[in-house]
Design a protein around this ligand. Structure first.
Ligand code: ZN
Ligand code: ZN
Length: 377
């Protein structure tokens, strides 16, 4: 079968690899109909991780079940399903409490597994014609038959729940004001989720005009940090108080204001300034324990200069970590089915799998409007 294979920094190729087979009675094999490229795939693509050439990318996957192990009880051949990017067992200490992003079964020595991702276990990615899904009864979310809402449902694998998770970590409540840093796909999903949860006013900080325009289209207030300190701009619009809540949808590859230099702590420090005393921060944006491409020695070891004193002084709470997709994907699916949510507004391109190489290149360079790419094998 064909799959997107990592060849080395800034290179992927669509190559023939072995088609997956049932390895365990609770496996299924899914024929992939949609698989999305994620901003976090770029961390591997750019050679900033320990990812070895040969890894098949793809943690945002959906499709149709083609083959089932004998122990699978709730699924059948032909079922249309979407899988959380988290591979999870469903029965470990963390899974039973809903923390499926921190499953201790699927990735020995570490908490949390994912398809096609370095250090996240042996699970092969789904930017391919087929994918093997373990613990299938737990990991497959059933979808209505047919192909309706395909580009909405594919976003249930990661970015829609991840944006929602940012709001959950920040405990966004009806009537609140929220500052979302980053208008990439996850930031837009966080802003959209804040509005779904009844936020009164949502600011979205970025410097890319097209992204800010998308934020405005969904009813958020765009804040262009190229035009001045975003914290001051938000203060001006909140009677000098700041927002109730904040979401970091950027992570460690943040850019300093007025330059193109990476400044990994800049978003966290801006949020500490933006959010009012006793507010809360949700941090779904990715931070890593080591970053070989970091701008200085501390950053290379995953250590950043964060204004912890100010954070303490303001009594801010901060929630972090990758999204437990399983916690949200069922009701977000139902909101899509019932017409209450249409997250596909973030999808910029739908392409056949064999155009993956140029799609990665353009997405990485942020050119030709490439923001969220869905590949169809
Ligand atoms: Zn993703
Ligand atoms: Zn588990």
């Amino acid at each position: 079968m064909k799959a997107v294979v990592y060849k080395g920094p800034f290179t992927v190729a669509v190559e023939d690899v072995e088609k997956p087979t049932i390895q365990h009675p609770n496996d299924v094999i899914v024929r992939v109909t949609s698989t999305a490229i994620c901003g976090s795939d770029l961390h591997m693509y750019e050679g900033r991780t320990a990812a070895e050439p040969g890894i098949v990318f793809g943690h945002e996957n959906m499709g149709v079940i083609e083959d089932l192990g004998q122990g699978v009880t709730t699924l059948k051949e032909g079922d249309r399903v979407v899988m959380p990017f988290n591979v999870a067992c469903g029965f470990c200490m963390n899974c039973v409490e809903g923390y499926t992003g921190f499953c201790i079964t699927v990735n020995p020595g570490f908490a949390g597994g994912a398809y096609g991702y370095v250090a996240m276990g042996p699970w092969k990615g789904g930017q391919a014609e087929y994918i093997r899904v373990p613990y299938a009864d737990f990991n497959c979310l059933k979808l209505p038959q047919g192909n309706e809402h395909e580009t909405d449902f594919i976003l249930l694998a990661d970015i829609f729940p991840t944006g929602y998770h940012g709001c959950e970590l920040a405990q966004v409540r009806p009537g609140e004001s929220v500052a979302v840093y980053g208008a990439g796909p996850v930031g837009l999903m966080a802003a959209y989720s804040a509005l779904l949860r009844g936020a009164r006013k949502v600011f979205v900080v970025d410097r890319v005009p097209e992204r800010l325009q998308k934020a405005e289209e969904i009813g958020a207030v765009p804040i262009n940090f190229a035009e001045g300190d975003p914290v001051e701009q938000i203060e001006e619009q909140t009677e000098g108080i700041g927002t109730d809540k904040g979401v970091d949808a950027v992570g460690y590859q943040a850019t300093a204001q007025g330059t193109d230099n990476e400044e990994p702590a800049t978003v966290l420090n801006s949020l500490v300034r933006t959010v009012r005393p006793t507010g809360a921060l949700g941090v779904p944006g990715l931070y890593v324990p080591s970053d070989p491409g970091g701008p200085d020695e501390q950053a290379k070891q995953g250590m950043l200069l964060v204004a912890i004193g100010r954070l303490f002084e303001k009594g801010l709470r901060m929630g972090t970590g990758q999204c437990n997709v399983k916690r949200y994907n069922r009701f977000l699916r139902d909101m899509i089915i019932d017409g209450r949510a249409k997250p596909s507004f973030v999808v910029s391109h739908e392409l056949p799998l064999d155009q993956a190489s140029s799609a990665y290149d353009k997405f990485d360079k942020r050119i030709e409007g490439f923001t969220k790419v869905v590949l169809h094998p």
